[in-house]
Design a protein around this ligand. Structure first.
Ligand code: FAD
Length: 496
């Protein structure tokens, strides 16, 4: 455990910048989150000099690119400064500076928060340049810097012949993905990403750099396995127990006819499939004005640790209704070559997703419930979708209180998405969001008590504390109180 305290920060140059009057004022703050007593310019230069990395201010080269979140809906929320941290010491310095001057702070890794919760008008503490990687071949433990992205997982794990439960979107941050649980095509065979987390380095609000694991600071480690994003500190490295990978079948199958019956047959077939199959089943519509045909298309995308023939057998009930209209790919490949096919860049766009776990199986009545709103979607935004990620398997073999990730009884994770354009009018955005809210209420009613997913964080959710954290909420609140009593780390849906 290493501490960079206020005095450490002052030694690094802020004191010189402020002079004696500044020092008196700083003493009065004594490390608490404090409002600026009188408006005076913040000593940004002192922060810049204290960092081994760089400080970006509005107008600096690179500022706009670093400031932009993945969800462009929140792109107008611009930070007053971005600390591009080079190491955990920089993170501690940035936290200390923000606390001393009463500046709101927010951590950012990949910037993909659905709800823009890594945006701020204060200090953005950005760890994206911290992308080191180490692999211990004997134990199979891989350690990524806090700024690693899925793209780094692809590159490094490919070389090592291993994997973790990762996502398909190359630009998503490993920190954000893991700290909220982390779903991916491997989750049924190997658990969620946070189940594979065996250790982490985190800088907490008091500037302490802590090594956490099941043996060291186990409570904080527990919280970081499913409820860590933006709540307890800034994770500057993450270590995972990897698993070896070989070959698998990757598939992207599309249906354009008999879609509702095909969708229902696919759900039933997939529920009977082995845990070695991972998939995303989507029914979507794209507006004609944005290049779509307006018809609903069904897509089954995923991976299977088995042969293409065996996969076709599993999917036979759907094939018996209609053969896929298009087989984009269905082939056996080396693991990481398959992931290249399944991956997507995850370019920024305007969107809102609303997600819910299904703690029950899905039958034809639920499918009918989902297709009805899709048919009456006001096609004035770019696209709308209803997605089902199959869950269960190893993911449900872990007790709900063993980690902060509480969702251990689900069969599916559903998500309703709406994507729009910069040119979509506010009235049309509202109309689409109202459609989504109505649809979501029906999903919640049908979901058998399933909660919501902190990684698909939803700014419209009312009961978010219970929905994300369920029976783990009380322990998380106690943890928050002990590690960040001043709520230095806060956002609209931070653990209270
Ligand atoms: C295109 C796309 C694809 C996605 N695919 C998947 C998927 O396959 N599986 C899945 O589970 N999720 C997926 N997600 C959701 C994603 O995992 C979450 O949005 C996740 O929080 C993003 O992490 P990030 O680091 O990119 O985002 P950020 O916006 O940087 O961070 C998300 C939250 O974590 C906090 N945070 C960031 N870095 C740190 C840190 N180092 N320490 C502590 N807190 C930090 C932020 O303040 C914010 O509250 C996807 C999202 C998008 C937009």
């Amino acid at each position: 455990m290493r501490t960079i305290d206020r005095r450490g920060f002052l030694r690094t140059g802020a004191a010189a910048a402020l002079g004696a009057a500044g020092l008196d004022w700083l003493s009065a703050c004594s490390g608490r989150v404090a409002a600026l007593p009188t408006p005076r310019p913040l000593p940004w230069n002192a922060l810049a000099r204290s960092l081994r990395g760089r400080l970006l201010r509005p107008g600096d080269a690179g500022f706009a690119a670093y400031a932009q979140p993945n969800n462009l809906r929140y792109a107008a929320v611009l930070p007053a400064g971005i600390a591009l941290c080079a190491d955990p010491g920089d993170v501690a310095t940035a936290i200390g500076w923000a606390r001393d001057y009463g500046v709101a702070l927010v951590p950012r890794s990949g910037g993909h928060s659905y709800a823009g919760f890594s945006t701020t008008t204060g200090l953005l503490i950005d760890v994206t340049t911290m992308r080191s990687f180490a692999f211990d071949a004997r134990s199979g433990i891989a350690t990524f810097g806090g700024g690693a992205r899925n793209a780094d997982v692809f590159a490094h794990c490919r070389r090592a012949g291993v994997a973790i439960t990762h996502g398909r979107c190359l630009s998503v941050g490993v920190a954000g993905l893991t700290l909220g649980g982390g779903v991916g095509f491997n989750m049924r065979a190997h658990g969620v990403t946070s189940d594979q987390l065996v250790g982490s380095e985190i800088v907490t609000a008091d500037g302490t750099i802590r090594q956490i694991s099941a043996a060291m600071e186990p409570d904080l480690f527990w919280g970081c396995r499913g409820a860590g994003g933006g709540n307890f500190g800034i994770n500057t490295s993450l270590s995972f127990q990897t698993f070896p990978v070989d070959r698998l079948t990757a598939y992207d199958l599309r249906w354009g006819s008999d879609i509702e019956r095909v969708f229902a047959a696919l759900v039933t077939a997939l529920e009977a499939a082995p845990d070695t199959l991972g998939c995303k089943l989507t029914a979507s519509r794209a507006a004609p004005a944005h290049g779509g045909s307006d018809a609903i298309e069904v897509q089954l995308l995923g991976q299977f640790y088995g042969t293409p023939d065996r996969l076709r057998e599993i999917l036979q009930p759907a094939y018996a209704i209609a053969a896929p209209t298009r087989v984009v790919f269905l082939e056996e490949l080396a693991y990481w070559d398959a992931q290249d096919k399944l991956s997507e860049p995850g370019d920024p766009e305007y969107f809102q997703e609303r997600a819910r776990f299904f703690d029950r199986t899905i039958d034809a009545a639920v499918v009918a419930m989902a297709f009805e709103p899709l048919r009456r979607w006001p096609a004035t935004a770019r696209a709308a979708s209803f997605k089902l990620f199959e869950t269960g398997g190893r993911m449900n073999a872990v007790a709900a209180d063993a980690t902060a990730f509480v969702h251990r009884r689900s069969h599916w994770l559903s998500s309703i998405g709406v994507v729009w354009e910069a040119t979509t009018s506010p009235a049309e955005i509202q109309r689409n969001l109202a459609w989504q809210a109505e649809f979501y209420a029906e999903v919640v009613a049908a979901a058998g008590g399933g909660g919501a997913f902190a990684n698909f964080i939803d700014p419209s959710l009312q009961d978010w504390q219970r929905a994300y954290y369920g029976s783990n909420l009380a322990r998380l609140e106690r943890l928050k109180q002990s590690v960040d009593p001043a709520h230095v780390f806060t956002f609209a849906q931070a653990i209270p």
